[in-house]
Every structure is written in structure tokens, then in C-alpha cells.
Design a protein around this ligand. Structure first.
Ligand code: PNS
Length: 162
């Protein structure tokens, strides 16, 4: 039984994240989608909301579980008894950051491997940050996120009058 972990901020989960989770779930027996704290980012949605949105969006994948962890990713990996980290790549510009993250995790826990899954071209421009920015200014983002996320964004993020 091979369990992989797909970590991220998921603030909120997007259709691009769902695509990576689907690919990961098809490759491994179990996939844990780990909602983690990225110290570089101030989150819009609470840990609870991020988990609920991810669970709703991934309900069609029976071998996927969503969990929250505050701390080092490698500690979570050990807790979950998993040695495979999955991260999505959208473009070359992602690679620099992802390479650093993977190297840091390699130093912290040499037994853990990072696997990169290339996104579908139709999601290559999607990011949680971009979606939130566009939404604030009235952009049509309905097709970029699952319905539960769109609903919560309408409740939580007030449109700006510019
Ligand atoms: O979706 P994101 O924000 O790109 O995900 C980044 C994340 C949450 C995976 C990364 O910040 C992380 O692993 N945070 C947990 C703390 C940690 O382990 N840091 C050391 C590796 S740099």
C-alpha cells in the first residue's frame, strides 16, 4: 500500500489543484491532501474552511483524505508514514520555488521523495491568489473553482468598488 501526500495552502482549492489530486489519486493507493500553513502567506480562509472546501471538491475520489497540519511537512510525512510528496507544476517559473522546497525537504528527511505532476495546459494560469484578486474586482472566475468554493468566496470576499 503506497500513500502519497499532496501538500499546499489550498486557500482556496482550485480546479488546478483538483486536477493534480486526481492524477495523484490514480497513481497511488492513497492520497492525503494536506492543508498546511505557508508562513509566507496570510490566509484568506481559515484552516477549517480550507479543509471543508477541499473535502467537498474531492468527494468523488474515494482514496483521498483531507487533513490539516501546522508544522513541518516532513513531520507530517512521518506521521502519515508516507515517503512521497506530490506537487503540481504549471510553468517553468514554478520550478525555482519548487526545487528549493524539494531540496529543503530532502535535507530535512532524505528518505522522502518529491514527485512533480505537470498540470493540464488549461489550468496553467490558475492560482488561488490570482482567482481571489480577479474575484475582488468582479472577474468571472466561476469556471476556475469548484461550486462550493465559488459560493464561499461570494460570502467571504466583498467586491471592491473601483
Ligand atoms: O500551496 P503552497 O503555499 O505553495 O504550499 C507551500 C507549502 C504549504 C507546501 C510549504 O510552505 C510547506 O511545506 N509548509 C510547511 C512548513 C515546512 O515544512 N517548511 C519547510 C519546507 S520549505
Amino acid at each position: 500500500m503506497i500513500r502519497a501526500v499532496y501538500p499546499g495552502s489550498f486557500d482556496p482549492i482550485t480546479n488546478g489543484h483538483i486536477y493534480i489530486a486526481e492524477r495523484g489519486a490514480a497513481l497511488f493507493d492513497e492520497l492525503v491532501v494536506a492543508v498546511l500553513v505557508n508562513p509566507e502567506k496570510r490566509s484568506t480562509f481559515s484552516e477549517e474552511e480550507r479543509q471543508i472546501m477541499a473535502r467537498e471538491a474531492l468527494v468523488h475520489l474515494p482514496n483521498v483524505k483531507v487533513k490539516f497540519f501546522e508544522g513541518l511537512l516532513v513531520d507530517f510525512m512521518r506521521q502519515e508514514q508516507s515517503r512521497i510528496i506530490i506537487r503540481g507544476l504549471r510553468a517553468l517559473s514554478d520550478f525555482e520555488y519548487e526545487f528549493q522546497l524539494a531540496q529543503m525537504n530532502r535535507q530535512l528527511a532524505p528518505e522522502i521523495e518529491t514527485f512533480f505532476v505537470v498540470t493540464d495546459a488549461k489550468y496553467s494560469y490558475l492560482s488561488s491568489r490570482g482567482i481571489k484578486d480577479a474575484f475582488q474586482f468582479g472577474g468571472a472566475i466561476k469556471d476556475m473553482v469548484p461550486p462550493g468554493v465559488f459560493r464561499r468566496m461570494r460570502e467571504r470576499i466583498p467586491p471592491r468598488n473601483v
